[in-house]
Write a protein that binds this ligand. Sequence first.
Ligand code: ASP
Length: 320
Amino acid sequence: MQVARSKIVVLGTGGTIAGTADTPGEHLAYRSAQLGVGQLVAGLPSAGDWTLETEQVTQIDSKNMDEVLWQRLAARCAHWLAQPEVRGIVITHGTDTLEETAYFLDCVLVADKPVVLTCAMRPATAQAPDGPRNLADAIAVAATPGVQGVLAVCAGSVHAAREVSKEHPSRLDAFTSGDAGPLGVVEAGHLRRLRAWPAAPASTPAAERMAQAVAQAVRWPRVEIVLNHAGATGALVQALLAQGVDGIVAAGTGNGTLSDSLQAALRQARERGVAVVRATRCARGEVLPHAGDLLPDSGGLSPVKARIALMLDLLVTRAT
Ligand code: ASP
């Protein structure tokens, strides 16, 4: 007998959406991660044929997100996604590293259901907080039949995990999908798709291996990001080599270009067995590979997402 997918689970992780300030006019000097996820959903109008269940997975400012918390969050997502009555998951999250958590979950979860991250740019105590609208929109998207995969919802826009990035430190509409544009918009509680959506992560042997490696990880590969800039040297790479780094993402200038000294140091790192990937520090576009490239490119991923991809790659390689 088929069980009705009647439940949406809201997982709390903290962030400004759960933040409080001393006065309603204060949008900057506030404390992140103060209200429980149960308090965040308490004020929402009941809007559909689903019930809400909440779980506080962690309670942090997302600037402090790390691999161990990602592992815990992925495990809780996997648990809830496996429940037949669960239609989808919403995650309340700080904006600062939301794009990284979204991409991590996109890489490691195998699900034919939606996982929708949402956030706020103003604390919950603000005179006009944006969190309640964003949360209601995220729930509406998670409840929409046919929606699958990891998404981010903020300021009425729906973004794919691979494309989303925070582009503004204070505007309410702080996220972009770059050149691709958002997947859709939420209007009066209804999702309107604007373009083709990425396929949901399929349950392949490789995806199962990844999920298992993440669930069992004890020591995470150390992958660091170094930036090319005017005057960049290889000094940071040398310091990382001395510390025993496992991988390095170079956030290159323009089409992934690196100063001669930085490039030489990165090639030396590769010769010593450190995995190296080249991304671009440009906010839009991606590194276009060409003949004569001395270091591999990130396949269109931003530096922070290339770091996650490389870390997971090294994790799986080590586990097999
Ligand atoms: N520092 C906060 C966080 O990422 C910012 C926010 O949520 O907007 O948790």
